[in-house]
Design a protein around this ligand. Structure first.
Ligand SMILES: [Fe+2]
Length: 211
């Protein structure tokens, strides 16, 4: 057998770009979603009072169903257990914090109406943030988006015209998901959604405490 070896160096790449410091975003599919959705919808129907516009500085058209830290409601115990499993599995492939137990710092069940929105925001003093999509249709409801933080404490950042969009210059992006999925991400990764065009987008957001 003859092997043809090139005697020229012109085809050898002389430029390489490495991507550093990736952000982990976990997607966990809840296999018991239908059962859990029924529990949550029954819980919502049993509520006599709800809170309208609970976070007016960053959102519009939102109704909070139930109290702060709603996952402490005994009726929602199976959902809390599922969220803990989702965080445990995501952590195992993400930051790999050595956590003796998963502690939920706060959790909110939210109903987003037609024309609702959530401005890009972050959470502090927690180690993971996440959202469980309970009633969600990707063709009708606003998608959760993540936004690059372009601020720098030391040097200015330039936004010039790009010749193409890629992982290094895009300003916002999303991960694929459907109803029944839990998306888990670093709390300081800016997140939110643009105008939601249809009613009844129901989700449960939560934050995980460091201890
Ligand atoms: Fe959030």
């Amino acid at each position: 057998m003859t092997t043809n070896l090139s005697d020229g160096f012109e085809n050898i790449a002389d430029s390489t770009v490495y991507g550093l410091f990736m952000s982990p975003v976990g997607r966990y599919t809840n296999k018991q979603h239908e059962e859990h959705k029924t529990i949550i919808l029954e819980y919502i129907q049993s509520l006599s009072e709800v809170k309208n516009e609970p976070r007016p500085f960053i959102s519009r058209g939102i109704t909070q169903m139930g109290p702060d830290n709603v996952l402490e409601v005994p009726q929602l115990a199976p959902i809390k257990e599922m969220i803990i499993d989702a965080v445990t599995k995501t952590n195992a492939s993400a930051f790999q914090y050595n956590l003796p137990e998963i502690v939920i710092a706060d959790s909110y069940l939210e109903l987003a109406d037609k024309q609702s929105m959530y401005a890009p925001h972050e959470h502090s003093n927690v180690i993971y943030s996440g959202t469980y999509f309970i009633n969600f249709d990707i063709t009708k409801h606003a998608l959760l988006k993540f936004r690059r933080n372009t601020a720098s404490p030391h040097y200015p950042i330039f936004q010039l015209t790009h010749t193409a969009q890629n992982a290094f210059n895009q300003l916002d992006c999303e991960v694929p998901y459907n109803e029944g999925d839990v998306i888990i991400h670093p709390p300081n990764l800016q997140h939110g959604y643009e105008q939601n065009l249809n009613p009844n987008r129901i989700s449960l957001s939560f934050n995980i405490a460091p201890f």
